[in-house]
Design a protein around this ligand. Structure first.
Ligand code: PLP
Length: 436
């Protein structure tokens, strides 16, 4: 398509805020695209397969724990770095599932979600001018985290469709200014679960450059096909140079409760506690109590979680593939990143806006996961952490998406590869915005 979709253009607000009082720092990053797509989805009454949260509740027993805490005094500040009970539960679980040895008194910092843990870690480690190495595509928060802490991002491209870490590219990203490597495994948006060999390479390079690894392992329990998640902190020599971040959002379907944590070497935990104290003081008291209950759920909870998401993955990815989306089943997480080059659209934003407006499905434009947006314009990301009812509806709506070959063959015209109107796939109504 040569003509941009005009509505796609207007959907994005300009990066700069027209007020000289706004700091140069904040002028450099936009509103989160993921959260923006949720807003746009609501305007269009679209099925929201954009933002990574389940549309079902956490287990009843942990909801009861939150309510019980609110009713019995859990309403005031806690110790800044987390209730003793939660820190002990975190250390116990890290030992059991990750083979990480953590002292709850010295190594654990409870934060308002993994989001705050990552920001507090960056603020604690990075000085202006330092470099942060990040495999790309990456979760969009890491860009603003780097900007706020003054770091320069050195992105290491992973090549789709298998998204493996390439040794030469990784080595080339390290420099004498490298202070931190951000590793997210299982990985959002690619779904990769990094192998021992890939993590070993990262560990070697961290040791050679005296860099600290910050690993975001929030999807550790959502891995498929009998894969196992490996914590970088357990590789030889890494315990003293790794900050391991996690949280309850994804494993216990409680993204709104805002409880996360970091496990860090004692000195770095002390630094993070300072940053965290002045960012948010503490995570919500009652939800820390509920998080402690969550971390005590039996092993079968985690096995069921992975099995449930694997079933959703298999079904949803097969439907995408049937509709002409090029994607491999993710190894972990509840996302699938798809190549949309086959569809007749100018870029990821035109595609995503047309998908919302004409098919009633929201996804995330791939460019938001790349340091240079143009590198991600042939991708979009879907989340499948949804009830079967929601996925059924999304699949019905996907039937409005037709691959370009089919559209070209049957009509010799294109309206962007998607049929208009709600309900089952209907007649094509050209809207002049899809031709390439
Ligand atoms: N890290 C990754 C890789 C994520 O995908 C997300 C949410 O989508 C988060 C962190 C946010 O975690 P939290 O809700 O604990 O702040």
């Amino acid at each position: 398509m040569k003509t941009p979709n005009p509505r796609a253009r207007t959907a994005r607000r300009p990066l700069s805020i027209p007020d000289p009082r706004v700091s140069e720092r904040v002028q450099r990053f936009p509103e989160s695209v993921i959260r923006e797509m949720t807003r746009i989805a609501a305007l269009h009454d679209a099925v929201n397969l954009a933002q990574g949260f389940p549309d079902f509740d956490p287990p009843e027993e942990i909801r009861a724990a939150a309510l019980g805490s609110i009713r019995s005094g859990g309403n005031q500040y806690t110790v800044t770095w987390g209730t003793p009970g939660l820190r002990e539960a975190i250390a116990r679980k890290a030992r059991r599932f990750n083979h990480i040895d953590a002292d709850p008194e010295k190594n654990v910092v409870v934060t308002c979600g993994a989001t705050e843990a990552m920001m507090a870690a960056m603020l604690s480690l990075v000085d202006p001018g330092d470099e942060v190495v990040v495999p790309e595509p990456f979760y969009e928060n890491y860009g603003p985290d780097a900007i706020v802490s003054g770091a320069r991002v050195r992105a290491v491209p992973l090549e789709g469709p298998d998204w493996r870490l390439d040794e030469e590219r990784l080595k080339a990203a390290f420099s004498p200014k490298t202070k931190v490597v951000v590793v997210n495994t299982p990985n959002n948006p690619t779904g990769r679960v990094f192998s021992r060999a890939e993590l070993g390479l990262l560990a070697d390079l961290c040791a050679d450059s005296d860099a600290v690894a910050i690993t975001d392992e929030i999807y550790e329990h959502i891995v498929y096909d009998d894969r196992t998640h490996l914590s970088l902190a357990t590789l030889p020599g890494m315990a003293d140079r790794t900050i391991t971040i996690n949280g309850i959002s994804k494993t216990y379907s409680a993204t709104g409760w805002r409880v996360g944590w970091a496990i860090a070497p004692a000195t770095l935990a002390t630094a993070m506690r300072r940053a965290h104290d002045f960012l948010t003081v503490c995570a919500p008291h009652a939800f820390q109590v509920a998080a402690e209950a969550a971390l005590g759920l039996p092993d079968r909870y985690y096995a069921d979680l992975a099995r449930t998401y694997q079933r959703k993955r298999d079904r949803f990815v097969a439907e995408l593939q049937r509709r002409g989306f090029e994607c491999a089943p993710p190894e972990g997480t509840y996302y699938v990143m798809t190549d949309i080059s086959r569809f007749p659209f100018e870029d990821d934003w035109s595609f995503a806006m047309a998908l919302i407006e004409r098919a009633g499905i929201a996804c995330v434009p791939g460019s938001s996961f790349f340091a240079r947006p143009q590198d991600g314009r042939k991708y979009v990301r879907f989340v499948f952490a949804k009830t079967d009812e929601t996925l059924n509806e999304a699949i019905v709506r996907l039937s409005r998406v037709e691959d370009r070959m089919h559209a070209d063959q049957t009509s010799g015209m294109s309206n962007g590869g998607m049929t208009a109107g709600r309900g089952k796939a209907s007649s094509r109504r050209g809207r002049g915005s899809g031709r390439r």
